[in-house]
Design a protein around this ligand. Structure first.
Ligand code: FES
Length: 209
């Protein structure tokens, strides 16, 4: 009884199921080829190596790698170029010529405000130079010819032609800069040397011409 049960053919082994019979046998394909080449290239055997058609995934991966490589090279090139052009703030010179005394009429001359932040003032005694920086919080006032005063646009401080504060929150008069004549008779201004109100009498704070 026991041998009969052992020798009996297993029906399920002998008769292939309908579903497995319909799947054609697949050839063994190395994993590398499966990853690198499309089914078409493998089955048709078109060329070898790089000649064969690559799968879409591999193409995309290669594109991504090359994009990263070129991006890295581009970034490094940009960084190298920037190294030779450092971000430097070029300040205007502190010592410069403003021409001859005869170039300045009586009153306030604002020609050098934009370039050097100064006003050149001629009065009955000579020429002095005001530093155009409000003594409240450092804004640049405007010369108001009709009102005959410097008016700060930030908080309304006012200074007369001499640079003395008379309205608004500015706590003290404007500073004057050093001014002198050079050997050729030109006026030389040096903004590195400022004279507050108490030192306006210093001979370097005015040129008597
Ligand atoms: S900065 Fe000029 S009034 Fe304030």
């Amino acid at each position: 009884m026991s041998s009969a049960s052992v020798d009996a053919p297993n029906q399920s082994d002998a008769t292939p199921s309908k579903s497995s019979a319909s799947i054609p046998p697949q050839p063994l394909v190395p994993l590398r080829d499966r990853l690198l080449y499309s089914d078409k290239a493998r089955t048709q055997g078109a060329g070898t190596g790089e000649d064969r058609e690559l799968t879409g995934d591999v193409k995309n991966r290669r594109k991504l790698v090359w994009t990263m490589v070129f991006g890295f090279i581009g970034a490094m090139t940009l960084a190298s170029v920037k190294f030779f052009f450092p971000r430097v703030l070029f300040e205007p010179k502190t010592r410069f010529s403003i021409g001859f005394p005869g170039d300045f009429a009586m009153g306030v001359d604002t020609r050098y405000q934009a370039a050097y932040r100064i006003w050149v003032v001629r009065d009955a005694q000579g020429i002095f130079v005001l530093f155009a920086k409000c003594t409240h919080l450092g804004c640049t006032p405007d010369w108001k010819e009709t009102d005959h005063k410097f008016k700060c646009p930030c908080h309304g401080s006012g200074f007369d032609m001499e640079g003395v504060n008379f309205e608004g929150p500015a706590p003290r008069p404007l500073d004057r800069t050093m001014v002198e004549l050079d050997a050729s008779g030109q006026l030389i201004v040096d903004k590195a040397m400022l004279f507050p109100y108490e030192q306006w009498g210093d001979p370097r704070a005015r040129v008597n011409v």
